[in-house]
Write a protein that binds this ligand. Sequence first.
Ligand code: ZN
Length: 499
Amino acid sequence: MSEKIQKLREILAEIFDLERASALLGWDQQTYMPSAGALMRGYQSGTIDRMAHDMATSAALGKLLDDLRPTAGSLDPDSDDARLVRVAALDFERAKCVPSDYVEELARVAAQAFPAWAQARQSSRFSVFQPYLEKLVEMTHRYVSFFPPAAHPYDVLLDRFEPGLTTAEMQAIFKPLREKQVALIKWIATAPQVDDSCLHQKFDTQAQWDFGVHIITKIGFDWNRGRQDKSAHPFTVSLSADDVRITTRMNPDYFGDSLFSTMHECGHALYEQGFAEGLGRSPLGNAASLAVHESQSRMWENLVGRSLSFWRYAYPALVTSFPQLKGVPLTTFYKAINRVQPSLIRTEADEATYNLHVMLRMEIEIALLEGTLAVKDLPEAWNSRMKDYLGVTPPDDAHGVLQDVHWAYGELGYFPTYALGNLISAQLWETIRAQIPDIEAQIEAGKFDALLGWLREKIHRHGRKFAPQEMVRRVTGSGIDAAPYLRYLETKYRAIYEG
Ligand code: ZN
């Protein structure tokens, strides 16, 4: 048994190496690669992804897992070895359904779709991206066809990012959430609007970078095991727990764009830097799911970063960095960064409207997959839903259907994890408040170690040992549930808009 486990670990370690080498090529493409490099990069990524996939579906690995599965039952079910066999077997079964040629083709097509998307977005012309997206949607249909029929074809996509959650379950969570969020937004619209003019001034971009670095250093980002660069679309890539890379962008007219995305990506990075040492170079050295990942980023960005306690601590330093804020009272600033205003861009959306952006995308993805919506009709479908959901109409495709990069990677089924991450972040927060009753006072004093320590202990160190639903249940005592997030929104925004 121990010899076979050792052999399994060796194979999985090499697969991990190849996957992370591919991630590094992707990081480079979005940060420093000259744009003309896209074609060759596509081949390079395609070759590596194919090699990783061939190893992940090899007969040798299959045989090893067949041998190990029965004996793994005799191990402590929560031990690393038992969990490793379970997770490796799941990955193997899923990977085996997908042909190598497909994996290679997807990497190649995505590497070319990315610059096409960037160019389309820059010139605000959907037609530039359309043929690539048509190809990627066609490939997504093919991907679904590789798997046994599910209750809904979207289940197959969702399972890549949020294992175990079905489309029907997700819709059951989202439906009441949407109704209650829409009602809250309507109520807010009847209250006098918050003045956020203090945020919309010229903010030195170097000072924005420096302030972001100051904050994430304070909350625990480990610079010996990570770095930050600039990119058009902020993201996090992890090459290992000892090399976690985040990016940010600076907007000279609005400092929040940079700070909140820096805190967001830092939340992802803290998770990746927090995996227990023994989980490295194995599939357990990954997040439980994208929704759990997003619960970490959204917690630092919003539950911490947009809270009054945090700004009682951080505001004096912010005013020192940006003297134009001198004379703006803390409460004015706090309300300004929490202003609710239905808007066009998801990543800039306030907490009250954010999930609606996500639900809109999910419905569009489901319609693309069901074949009731064609790619060429996307801009129109997008704009009409924006009007329905948020009461705003994009002036062009760059501010509409082209705003996000995910579809250029062929990643359909990803967006719902953003909203689920919000829900989980609030569930965790209620648990944290019960278990660390003075958490807000600590944050106000600029102390983040108890919070980070709690997250490390309950979530980070486990990596992918527990399935996402299981992880949430172990920590909070309940499955993924919208009620805590709704309570959080209600309390926060009633105070801001009634006061
Ligand atoms: Zn994120």
